[in-house]
Structures are given as structure tokens and as C-alpha cells.
Design a protein around this ligand. Structure first.
Ligand SMILES: Nc1ncnc2c1ncn2[C@@H]1O[C@H](COP(=O)(O)OP(=O)(O)OP(=O)(O)O)[C@@H](O)[C@H]1O
Ligand SMILES: [Mg+2]
Length: 367
């Protein structure tokens, strides 16, 4: 198999099956994954989806049950132990629980991976100091990890992961233990390393917000498989899978709004009213469409929730509103929205006496 020069990582037909006391767990099932040099590639999925197992295959910390692994044009499974040790240095890793050594100073932690290198103490110190500068922690060099905040600890872990000048940095839930503000600062640091060092980053998370903020590409994992993948803007604006849609709606607060509104509105919706969820993509003035619609179809549109997200320069809008008017006119308005590429979903309301057939129906085409 020819290995593409553009792909720093190529996983082919990777499966990982664990067998414990007669229990068989297929953690990864026949996954193919190519990651381009210089990319920031997100892998998102719920707990147990197989994300960590899959990325541990990238440096053969986890041997696959079947399939082949190539990193930087090398087939890792064909390497001799000494060659594999070298190849592994091309891939740094950071984790949710920083895994710093308590008995070593910040500088000592960053120096640690360099101890096996044939360089002078002075060179080692210089290299570690430069790395601490890069992550903004130079003045903490002589502190011990216990004195640092979570975000600072993660910066030390990042500096340590960079000690061997890796081509790839794998971040396995590295921001999951951090508050939102610290999460943003760590993501910004990763972005900076990507741009300044050309570092390829593979970023595992269960938060779409994390993917949205720095990733270019994303793969969605469920039950050991990649169920959807592509450019973040594309996946965000036209999700094909229900799970992907769940992640998006959670990250945009749409799901919480739908829950709150459908609960609040219970029993209050009149027979001539529909609770409608709209999702639109693009920079056209959709508000104009909505108000034009109200006039043309003589219906009232009462907006209860609206949120606009910016992804790759495109506006993605989410809106929940009550349409009031004659059912045929509401249906006409909905059809007209769909033909303007707006995704429309009639939300079910507990106490609604509305037309059963119309409730919970997804009129939109997902493509
Ligand atoms: N060493 C192991 N032995 C047996 N089963 C394992 C082992 N490692 C992982 N598994 C199982 O494989 C599946 C995938 O686990 P994995 O840790 O890859 O998921 P994950 O997506 O990283 O989850 P999380 O978000 O919780 O970290 C789970 O069912 C897990 O219990
Ligand atoms: Mg994991």
C-alpha cells in the first residue's frame, strides 16, 4: 500500500477486541482514518465509544487486533523495537489527569523525557526552559506541580509532550477537568502550537464546543465505529447522524431550550398553534424570510429562542417559535421554509390538541 505524503497518520481496517474472563469487548471496529499533516483533527463520542483505544493505536500503545498503522510514512508494525521506540517519540500525548511527577519541579518534569537523550545538562535545561517559555510558564520553572492550577499543570504536560519535537500531539480529554475559561486558554495554546510549529493535533473530546473552537476536521465515534466525519463546518451545518445532531444541539443550548420550552408550554398551546424548531445555514437574511412569511401566510410567528453560531465564517441559526394561524396556512409557510433550505421540525407538546400526524414530524431533508 502506498502511503500518502500528505497523511501523517493512516489507520487501515483497525479493530481492537478485548477479551477478559470470557468477556469480549469490541472496542474499535474496522476503523479507517487518515489525518493530514498540520491538521487539527477532532474525535468526538460519548464515554465508551472507543476513542482512547483508537488513539492509543496510533503509537501502538494499544496493539490492534487487526489492521495497519502508519505514522509519518512508517508502518509501525514492521519496525524493530528500537525503531519503534524512536517512532513513538514522533507522537506526544496529553491527558485529562496531567500525570506530572510530584517529586520533580516544573522544569524537572519537562526535562524528564530528555534524560535518555545524548545531550549535555546545559542543552537539556535550555530546551526545557524554551518549552516552558512557549507554554507561558517560564517563571514557574522551580515550582512543584502541587502549587499549580489545573490549567498550569496542563501547560507543563504540554511542554513535556513537546520535549522530543513530535510531529503529532494527541490530546485525550485534556480540557475535561478544566473550567470553561481555562479550557479556552489551553485550546488557544494548542492552536498556537499547530500554527507556529506545524504540529498535527488529534483531539479527543465529548464536547462539540471544543471541536468547534479549534478543529478543522472531525470524526464522530459510536460503539467502536466512526459514524460520521468531515470538515467541521460541513458536519456542523449538515449532520447526517442523530448522535452528531445531539452533540450539536447540546453545544448550542438548543436541546436545553427545547426541553424548557416544551415543558413550560405544556397545556398552553391552542389548537391553531404549532411549536416549530428551525435550523438554518448561511449568510442570507433569514429574519427577512421569517417576517415575509408571516405576512404572506397571515400567521403569527412568536420567537421563543434564537441562537446564531459562527462556524468557518458561516452563520448557523437555531430558532424555536410558535406559529399561530390556520393549519393549511401554517403548512404552507413550513413548506416555503423548507424550499428556502431551512430545516423544520414540529415539536411535540404534551398538552397540545393539535393534529397528531403533524406532531414531532421532521419535515426537513437532511442532506
Ligand atoms: N484494557 C481493556 N480491557 C478491556 N476492555 C477495555 C479496555 N480498554 C477499554 N476497554 C473497553 O473498550 C471500550 C472503549 O473504551 P475507551 O476507553 O476506548 O472509550 P472512550 O471513548 O475513550 O471512553 P471515555 O470517553 O470514557 O474515555 C469500553 O467498553 C471499555 O470498557
Ligand atoms: Mg477515553
Amino acid at each position: 500500500m502506498a502511503v500518502s505524503l500528505n497523511n501523517i497518520i493512516e489507520l487501515k481496517d483497525i479493530s481492537v477486541t478485548f477479551k477478559n474472563d470470557g468477556n469480549v469487548v469490541k472496542a474499535v471496529k474496522n476503523v479507517n482514518l487518515k489525518i493530514e499533516r498540520g491538521d487539527i483533527y477532532g474525535i468526538i463520542g460519548y464515554s465508551g465509544a472507543g476513542k482512547s483505544t483508537l488513539v492509543r493505536v496510533i503509537n501502538l500503545l494499544q496493539a490492534p487486533t487487526s489492521g495497519t498503522v502508519s505514522v509519518a510514512e512508517q508502518r509501525l508494525q514492521e519496525l524493530k523495537p528500537q525503531e519503534l521506540r524512536q517512532a513513538r517519540k514522533r507522537v506526544g500525548m496529553i491527558f485529562q489527569h496531567f500525570n506530572l511527577m510530584k517529586s520533580r519541579t516544573v522544569l524537572g518534569n519537562v526535562e524528564y523525557p530528555l534524560l535518555s537523550k545524548k545531550i549535555s545538562k546545559k542543552e537539556r535545561r535550555e530546551k526545557a526552559t524554551n518549552l516552558l517559555n512557549l507554554v507561558g510558564l517560564a517563571k514557574y520553572a522551580d515550582e512543584y506541580p502541587s502549587r499549580l492550577s489545573g490549567g498550569q499543570k496542563q501547560r507543563v504536560a504540554i511542554a513535556r509532550a513537546l520535549a522530543n519535537d513530535p510531529d503529532v500531539l494527541i490530546s485525550d480529554e485534556a480540557t475535561s477537568a478544566l473550567d470553561p475559561k481555562t479550557t479556552i486558554s489551553i485550546l488557544q495554546l494548542l492552536k498556537k502550537l499547530n500554527v507556529e510549529l506545524g504540529l498535527t493535533i488529534v483531539l479527543i473530546t465529548h464536547e462539540m464546543q471544543v471541536i468547534k473552537s479549534i478543529c478543522h476536521n472531525v470524526a464522530v465515534m459510536e460503539d467502536g465505529e466512526i459514524i460520521e466525519r468531515g470538515r467541521v463546518a460541513k458536519v456542523f451545518t449538515a449532520p447526517q447522524q442523530k448522535l452528531t445532531n445531539d452533540f450539536i444541539e447540546t453545544s448550542t443550548n438548543v436541546q436545553a431550550a427545547i426541553k424548557r420550552i416544551t415543558a413550560e408550554i405544556d397545556l398552553q398551546l391552542a389548537a391553531n398553534q404549532r411549536l416549530v424548531y428551525l435550523n438554518f445555514v448561511g449568510n442570507t437574511a433569514k429574519e427577512g424570510i421569517i417576517s415575509g412569511l408571516a405576512q404572506k401566510y397571515q400567521i403569527d410567528i412568536n420567537i421563543l429562542f434564537a441562537n446564531i453560531d459562527q462556524i468557518d465564517g458561516e452563520n448557523v441559526g437555531y430558532m424555536i417559535s410558535i406559529f399561530s394561524g390556520q393549519p393549511e396556512l401554517i403548512n404552507g409557510a413550513i413548506k416555503s421554509l423548507i424550499s428556502a433550505d431551512v430545516k423544520v421540525r414540529i415539536l411535540e407538546v404534551g398538552g397540545s390538541k393539535g393534529d397528531e400526524a403533524a406532531n414531532g414530524v421532521d419535515y426537513s431533508e437532511r442532506n
